[in-house]
Design a protein around this ligand. Structure first.
Ligand code: PGA
Length: 263
């Protein structure tokens, strides 16, 4: 079964204390949801990606709350790692260390990394290869800018990002199962401007086709991200080939994140 994956990208928000508070309150809200959403919980996976310096606290907090979470799978990830496990790479984070500390997923190529830190597809490809070699699951973020959409380039941009990001990686059943593609139109991230149902449906079905042509199985999960909120989550999750969300702003508060997952 392909569980829906609801991921929280906290970006550079929250202190260790706020991280701890979040996990306490999240697990108590989930406890309250147990009866009503018990079936849905078994088909749902939650991923929290705190800032790297809060990862240790997140890991400890999750461990101490795990008994309250019973049949809900909750995992942790980092928002970025370097493509090498160690070495003279000042300021970077190691995927091997993240894994040793309990990370299961790593975001790769978020649009803020692409834009602000100039990460290009060839570097992202190295990161995905490295993550694959150590069995961490990549959440590979792709998406077009508004200008590209207006010029009718959405599909070609998405295809290029997929082909270059996954270049040279064998489309094995295991890799397909571990791979997550997050479709995040750049113009919808943090803007309050969500892509409409037709735009999301078209992009997700196109991404699904491209992955299929490249030989990946339908176990790859394709998330939508960009201004997801409790008010639009219900409509978006019903779109074919939408296998979950990558949520920024609305994942910072337990109440809104919980309502996005279970509604
Ligand atoms: P947003 O961010 O939900 O605040 O638009 C999404 C993301 O950046 O992953």
């Amino acid at each position: 079964m392909k569980k829906k994956l609801f991921a929280a990208n906290w970006k550079l928000h929250k202190t260790p204390q706020e991280t701890k508070n979040f996990f306490q309150s999240f697990s108590s809200v989930m406890k309250g949801y147990q009866n009503q959403f018990s079936n849905q919980m078994a088909e749902t996976e939650v991923l929290i990606c705190p800032p790297a310096l809060c990862f240790g606290t997140a890991s400890e907090s999750l461990a101490s709350e795990s008994s309250a979470l019973t049949n809900l799978e909750v995992n942790l990830g980092l928002q970025n790692v370097y493509c090498e496990p160690k070495g003279a790479f000042t300021g970077e984070n190691s995927g091997d260390v993240a894994k040793a500390m309990g990370a299961k997923y790593i975001l790769v190529g978020h649009s803020e990394r692409r834009t602000l830190f100039h990460e290009a597809n060839d570097l992202l490809n190295k990161k995905i290869k490295y993550l694959n070699s150590i069995h961490l699951k990549p959440v590979y973020c792709i998406g077009e800018t508004l200008e590209q959409r207006d010029q009718g380039q959405t599909n070609s941009v998405l295809k290029k990002q997929i082909i270059e990001g996954l270049n040279g990686i064998a489309a094995t059943a295991d890799f397909s199962k571990n791979l997550v593609i997050a479709y995040e139109p750049v113009w919808a991230i943090g803007t309050g401007r969500v892509a409409n149902v037709q735009q999301v449906a078209e992009a997700h079905s196109y991404i699904y086709q491209v992955l299929k042509e490249l030989g990946f199985s339908d176990q790859v999960r394709i998330q939508y991200g960009g201004s997801v909120k409790p008010e639009n989550a219900k409509e978006l999750i019903q779109i074919p080939h939408v296998d979950g969300f990558l949520v920024g702003g609305a994942s910072l508060e337990v109440e809104s994140f919980a309502k996005i997952i279970f509604n």
